[in-house]
Design a protein around this ligand. Structure first.
Ligand SMILES: Cc1ncc(C[n+]2csc(CCOP(=O)(O)OP(=O)(O)O)c2C)c(N)n1
Length: 1073
């Protein structure tokens, strides 16, 4: 809806003094109502009320509404006339200039002789035509600012380039209609909304248009006029319109040529040496390397010290080499098919990350560069990079992002196609997730594998997604290196000035197929015919500089030859290597963390009772010294109940969690809990943020809050608890990234319900389950997944425990050797921990254990819903004090355990069903004959404790009981493992070469513990594998029986009655003797 229309209508309704909000609300109503649109006669009669000037008019009107004196007298007259009912056309008397005169501006009237008809004299009133012509010129300027990009020559292939004959009309539309050829020589006063004049205040129309076309329609297309901030729009206008703004010195041009030479030379060299190897070369977008370097140089000069980057396959090796200065030998070795010299299953070369610290030669400052390792899954790394960046900022106290910057690279098809891009953009301005602006660079080669853009997206540009966050978008022809450099400078300056995202769209082409062994002519004959005729960018640019006299041909060649020599030397050196090392590619090294630690010893998790009491008391209280803080009555009851528990020396679930957090905070461990509605807790059990209930009228935002856990001790670590955006994929990725930066932090993501984690499946599969194996990168990230069948229907019942268990890396057929360090050895060897606690104390211990371990492992924790308030799901302080620890299995402790020989059945279970089983057992009077043991840690499987329990009840039938359907839950995981525990004939024992088997992460991190074998000397592939003892170690022939729901396609019934019937059946099945 045209705002001018609404304005016009508004004029007939409002008057000064009317509250602004009221008039605005009314305006919105008016814009929506067709019936209330003004008669077209009114519009026609007020010529200045058209699209281009309507913003200005609206501003005038808004100012007039609040204070009629704040606007020029003529506006005052006009609005008064309009409001008092002047007929269309009659309210208008000569309006003022569209720009208020400023120091270097002259009043419009003084231009009258130059502007108006010859008979006009300076003191005569300005004619309508002069005003209308000026408004039209302003419309033209605005049109170029808004639509100039649509005819810019940004495509080196020229496929989408608009014909010159049509282009101007596309931009200016009918604003030019009123001007004849002779008008082109007339001078017009320039409005404040343009900078094309430089120091001049008037220009001939011809010159105005030329300058606008230079600014907006050459190699750069700027999209920014959708940004709501006038200040930001003006800033951008100034950066592109100011005459001569793109000037580059000869020295800068030479540096650019040198960088382009390296970028080109790198790909050409690889193509020659490894012609049949996939490398996802950068040919067609070699400018990416100088572009990234320019962003880094400029940002470094503005104070950035650390760059966290994420990127896809395209050009990755080139970036690693020429941006990060990864040793060329390391890169070449990746092509050589060598054995690995250290731990990990590794990854293909174009997924690897890296971390380097080096001197930025241009600014002479030391900088850190990290490229985050990523899977094939395009764009998945985006939130991980953001989380890592945020964490770096957080731990460096860089609250405005001045020191740490994230740079994300994208492909055009992926940028528009992958939803994670949108989800990540939506984190960009959230207080606990912002990285204060990301610089996005799109390698827009105008193709996605074999698919043309017209088949892969519905938006005009692949970058349109960025508009949602008001990020400016700079489209630039990648074959114009100097334009690219300008855009990079502006992007870096923008981010530095406004701390907001910005997008550089490098419009380029892909000279070869998707990878080097693909034939692009199969599917894009037209495009590739054009590409074949194009000279590489390096040739175009060096020809340009030679013709400008900036370099000679010989100099250009010398630069090429010099780099070629470097490549050849590195190639020769790489040939001498016999192994590749995964450790060379770590993106997040934790220097110092592992030092001096015993890799197989965890710190105790029990704590002093005074600490428990102090934390619980604080957690149960209103803010101290804030008597006016009003707490909701319902919440006060909860706090009172908590205080009662403290008196009884017991805790419930929320308190168990709080004591775990609080005690870690006390020890200097930062705790960060993030996810949807985590502050209160989905099930209203947590209440980590208390809200002052007295709402003041002047602030719709509730700013008085109290976070008890952040105020436990004066010198504690910070506690972050934050409600996230409604995203799982991006937020989980973000928290994973956050957890990668500092091992001394407990980072937790909680799903609203466990089943929602599957919208973040890629982060779980590609990063969390396999990250350490692929990239020898550890994380102690915790996933809290509410799980349990409570008659809530197919969704919200299951966190799909079975999937996590299926992805654990322990072998069900091999029994690890029982030793004193059995439990921690298992933890160290597995890819993640999967657990389901049934008591608050065990929750407390397992959370603390994440930090007590000398290494980091992801923890997948099934968490309860009804147990949050279950009267029996409480723990005494005694279970958390010093000397206590996490119980992997909670054995039967009731009457059955006192007379084990008489026990007829031993039921193993996990999670909430334990409470159902014990209640039913009690009711059936079977407490003497049925023992029930809880498996709290499911993976790694507690073989030793399970076996101990089985041995204790030699006459008992073994049953596994679960509430999940048979094809779900833990059954398929535990069945073979219980069998192995009981009947195993092969016992995995550490072999004589144990140190070589464990020449894993800890040999790398703890070299002082392994003095005799260094990773560079022995390859695991050559080392004798861990042996399996042939000695029978167990011969219990019992098998475990299943008692639970039958198989099902759906995780749970939607019918409450069926749910209860199923529960009854499973309990009967489990308990019937
Ligand atoms: C999530 C995901 N889906 C599909 C693919 C398979 N794939 C790999 S590259 C590619 C094309 C990507 O095109 P674009 O984003 O334009 O980058 P380009 O390869 O052209 O540089 C596709 C579909 C993938 N890697 N990730």
């Amino acid at each position: 809806m045209n705002r001018a229309r609404a304005m016009s209508y508004l004029l007939s309704r409002a008057s000064p003094g009317m509250p602004l909000g009221a008039s605005r609300a009314w305006l919105i109503g008016a814009t929506r109502s067709k019936a209330s649109a003004p008669p077209s006669a009114a519009l026609a009669a007020e010529p200045f009320l058209n699209g281009s000037s309507s913003n200005y008019v609206e501003e005038m009107y808004t100012a007039w509404l609040s204070d009629p004196k704040s606007v020029h007298q003529s506006w005052d007259t006009f609005f008064r006339n309009a409001v008092s009912g002047a007929r269309p056309g009659e309210a208008y008397t000569a309006p003022p200039s569209l720009a208020e005169p400023q120091a270097n501006h002259v009043p419009l009237t003084s231009l009258a002789p130059a502007l108006a008809s010859p008979q006009m004299v300076s003191d005569a009133p300005i004619s309508d035509k002069v005003i209308d012509d000026h408004l039209a010129v302003q419309g033209i300027i605005r049109a170029y600012q808004i639509r100039g990009h649509s005819i810019a020559k940004i495509d080196p292939l020229g496929i989408n380039t608009v014909e010159d004959s049509q282009s101007r009309a596309l931009v200016v539309r009918n604003y030019m209609n009123r001007f004849s050829e002779s008008d082109m020589e007339r001078s017009f006063k320039l409005p404040l909304s343009t900078f094309v004049g430089g120091s001049e205040t008037t220009l001939p129309l011809k010159e105005i248009i030329k300058r606008l076309e230079d600014a907006y329609c050459r190699s750069i297309g700027v999209e920014f006029m959708f940004i709501n901030s006038l200040e930001q729009c003006n800033w951008i206008r100034q950066k592109f319109e100011t005459p001569g703004i793109m000037y580059m010195s000869a020295q800068e041009k030479r540096l650019l040529l040198a960088r382009l030479t390296r970028s080109h030379g790198f790909e050409a060299f690889l193509a020659r040496k490894f012609s049949s190897e996939k490398r996802f070369g950068l040919e067609g977008c070699e400018i990416l390397i100088p572009a990234m370097k320019q962003v880094i140089d400029r940002s470094t000069s503005l104070g950035v010290e650390s760059f966290v980057m994420g990127m896809p396959h395209r050009g990755r090796l080139n970036v690693l080499s020429n941006v990060c200065r990864k040793p060329l030998e390391h890169i070449f070795c990746q092509f050589a098919g060598l054995d690995t010299g250290d731990e990990g299953s590794g990854d293909v070369k174009y997924h690897l990350g890296t971390y380097v610290e080096r001197l930025n030669r241009v600014t002479n400052k030391n900088i850190r560069l990290a490229i985050v390792a990523n899977p094939s899954h395009l764009e998945a790394v985006n939130p991980v990079v953001q989380g890592k960046t945020r964490a770096e900022q957080f731990y460096h106290g860089d609250s405005e992002g001045n020191k740490v910057l994230s740079v994300l690279l994208h492909g055009d098809a992926a940028f528009s196609g992958q939803g994670i891009v949108y989800e990540t953009f939506h984190l960009s301005e959230l207080p606990q997730y912002t990285t204060h602006g990301t610089i996005h660079v799109v390698v827009n080669n105008q193709i996605g594998f074999t698919t043309d853009p017209r088949m892969s997206r519905s938006s005009p540009y692949c970058t349109d997604v960025a508009r949602v966050v008001n990020a400016p978008i700079f489209h630039v022809n990648a074959d114009d290196p100097e334009a690219v450099m300008h855009v990079c400078n502006v992007a870096a300056d923008w981010r530095h000035t406004f701390h907001k995202d910005v997008v550089i769209d490098l419009v380029c082409y892909r000279r070869n197929g998707h990878n080097e062994i693909d034939e692009p002519m199969f599917t894009q004959p037209l495009m590739y015919n054009r590409i074949r005729k194009l000279k590489p960018c390096i040739d175009l640019y060096s020809d340009k500089l030679v013709s400008e006299g900036v370099v000679t041909k010989e100099e250009a060649k010398e630069v090429r030859d010099k780099y070629e020599k470097i490549l050849e030397e590195a190639f020769a050196a790489a040939k001498m290597e016999t192994r590749v090392f995964n450790k060379h590619w770590i993106d997040s090294p934790w220097s110092g963390f592992f030092e001096g630690k015993d890799p197989l010893r965890a710190s105790p998790t029990g704590i002093h009772e005074d600490t428990i009491t102090h934390i619980c008391r604080r957690f149960s209280s209103a803010p101290p010294n804030a008597s006016d803080f009003v707490i909701h009555r319902g919440l006060q009851r909860i706090l009172n109940a908590r205080m009662e528990m403290v008196k009884e020396r017991t805790i419930d679930w929320a308190m168990g969690e709080a004591v775990a957090f609080g005690s870690l905070l006390k020890e200097g461990i930062h705790v960060r809990l993030s996810g949807q509605d985590v502050e209160r807790g989905t099930f209203s059990h947590r209440h980590h943020i208390l809200h002052h209930q007295k709402v003041t009228n002047d602030s719709p935002v509730d700013k008085s809050q109290y976070n008890a856990l952040a105020h436990l001790y004066p010198d504690q670590a910070p506690y972050t608890v934050c409600n996230s955006s409604l995203s799982e994929y991006a937020v989980l990725g973000f928290e994973l990234g956050f957890s990668m930066t500092n091992p001394n932090a407990l980072v937790i993501w909680e799903a609203q319900f466990g089943d929602f984690h599957n919208t973040a499946q890629c982060i779980i599969d590609q990063f969390i389950a396999s990250g350490q194996s692929k990239w020898i990168r550890q994380t102690g990230l915790v996933l809290l997944l509410p799980h349990g069948m409570e008659g809530m229907g197919p969704e919200h019942s299951s966190a799909r425990l079975e999937r996590f268990l299926q992805m654990t890396s322990d072998d069900p057929d091999i029994l690890p050797a029982f030793s004193s360090d059995f439990a921690i050895r298992q933890l160290s060897d597995i890819n993640w921990i999967v657990a389901s606690c049934s008591t608050p104390a065990n929750l407390f211990h397992i959370l603390r254990r994440q930090i007590a371990l000398p290494f980091r492992k992801p923890l997948i924790l099934m968490t309860p819903k009804s147990l949050l308030r279950h009267p029996e799901a409480k723990s005494p302080f005694d279970d958390m004090v010093e000397g206590t620890e996490f119980q992997r299995v909670i054995p039967e402790a009731g009457p059955a355990s006192k007379n084990p020989a008489g026990v007829k059945r031993l039921i193993f279970c996990s999670g909430k069903v334990y409470y159902d089983l014990t209640a039913a057992r009690k009711e059936a009077g079977l407490e003497e004959s049925i023992a029930i043991s809880r498996m709290e840690q499911i993976a790694p499987f507690p073989y030793d404790l399970v076996k101990q329990e089985c041995d204790k009840y030699p006459e008992a039938e073994l049953v596994w009981s679960q509430e999940e359907h048979k094809n779900m839950g833990a059954w398929s995981y535990i069945q073979p493992r219980i069998a192995t525990a009981l009947n195993c004939e092969k016992h995995l024992i550490p072999s004589a070469s144990e140190s070589q088997e464990s020449q894993s992460w800890y040999e790398y991190w703890f070299p002082w513990l392994f003095p005799t074998s260094s990773p560079s000397e022995v390859s695991p592939s050559e080392a004798p594998a861990t042996t399996q003892s042939e000695t029978p170690v167990a011969s219990d022939t019992r098998v475990v029986r299943y008692a639970g729901r039958p198989v099902s396609a759906s995780p749970a019934t939607g019918n409450k009655k069926t749910h209860l019937r199923e529960l009854k059946n499973l309990l009967e099945d489990a308990l019937a003797l």
